[in-house]
Design a protein around this ligand. Structure first.
Ligand code: SF4
Length: 315
């Protein structure tokens, strides 16, 4: 009775065994490509925005999430082959959230053999005491964290503070500000801190979250969950994330195009008089190839990315 079934099973297992090495090779090739892409994009951001210079002492803020692990990992790789010398100090702030596994980051960073500092400050109790039950704690929590990280940067004689925000975070922030704040304002790749003393950089500015997720899986980073504080991710951010992801599914490549747009702005074609002197403009009498053809619709460039052709230009 069993014989026919046993025979029928063979063809299924046989090809799987035969294809295992080629699958492994494929995965290795993909991982190698991913590593090259991450290194290339991080180097590009560093060069494009002059993020790291000779002699810098870069503090990499490591939270235990996939993005900051990825940032540290890639910066360490680049440090070995960079044409300039710079130092890396990994810093974690233990905010005393319940269940925070205190040994995970020190163990990981010790194994790497790099300079690191764990700052322990109980901001969790402060936030819990001050913020009424049911209200979001993130704003006060981040304000306290920021202040502590700045003072740690001073103590450690840091010249640049590197954060693990990636391309998608930056886009989401841009849309959040536009939809809910009425501002065209994103998350810059490099900025001077609000206390005016520190240079903050975001070397993952060109890197997608998808790539960071895959890299974290490949490197098996000991991830610390980000939900320990019990606070929910902001609902508006969730909504924007869903919207951007849905666009990307429908029109692959749109996220990349939107990021390009953030680097390609035309203040004279927006409406902010602080950035363009609309009151003072005068006709120069000279024809200009780049001048505005006010009555014609803006030509939409031919799509170079599959799916973009599906967008209907608005006349
Ligand atoms: S999610 Fe929790 S740890 Fe993160 S900023 Fe909000 S309150 Fe702070």
């Amino acid at each position: 009775m069993n014989a026919p079934h046993e025979t029928a099973m063979w063809p299924e297992s046989e090809p799987e065994a035969a294809s295992a090495p080629s699958n492994r090779l494929k995965i290795q090739r993909e991982t190698h490509k991913l590593e090259k892409r991450l290194c290339r994009l991080v180097s590009k951001a560093i060069v494009d925005f002059n993020m790291i210079e000779e002699g810098d002492r870069v503090m990499v803020c490591v939270s235990g999430g996939k993005d900051s692990y990825g940032l540290l990992d890639i910066l360490l790789k680049l440090q070995r082959r960079a044409p300039i010398n710079f130092e890396i100090v990994a810093v974690n702030l233990d905010q005393k959230q319940p269940g925070f596994p205190v040994e995970v980051l020190p163990n990981y960073l010790s194994q790497l053999g790099i300079e690191y500092h764990i700052e322990t400050q109980d901001t969790y109790s402060i936030v819990k005491k001050v913020v009424p039950e049911g209200k979001t704690m993130c704003s006060l929590c981040s304000r306290l964290r920021r202040g502590i990280l700045y003072s740690v940067a001073d103590q450690l004689k840091i010249t640049k503070i590197a954060l693990g925000h990636h391309r998608d975070d930056m886009l989401h922030t841009f849309f959040l500000n536009m939809f809910f704040g009425g501002k065209l304002k994103g998350m810059p790749p490099k900025l001077v801190s609000d206390d005016g003393h520190h240079m903050v950089i975001r070397p993952l500015a060109y890197v997608s979250e998808k790539d960071l997720t895959r890299w974290a899986q490949h490197r098996e980073f000991p991830i610390i969950p980000c939900t320990l504080c019990g606070s929910q991710e902001n609902l508006q951010r969730q909504e924007v994330k869903r919207m951007v992801n849905a666009w990307e599914r429908q029109y692959p490549g749109r996220t990349e195009t939107m990021l390009t747009a953030l680097q390609n702005i035309t203040p004279s074609h927006l409406m902010d008089p602080k950035h363009y002197d609309f009151k003072g403009i005068q006709a120069s009498g000279q024809a200009s190839e780049d001048g505005d053809k006010a009555f014609d619709p803006e030509p939409i460039p031919k799509p170079t990315i599959p799916g973009l052709g599906l967008i209907t230009p608005i006349a």
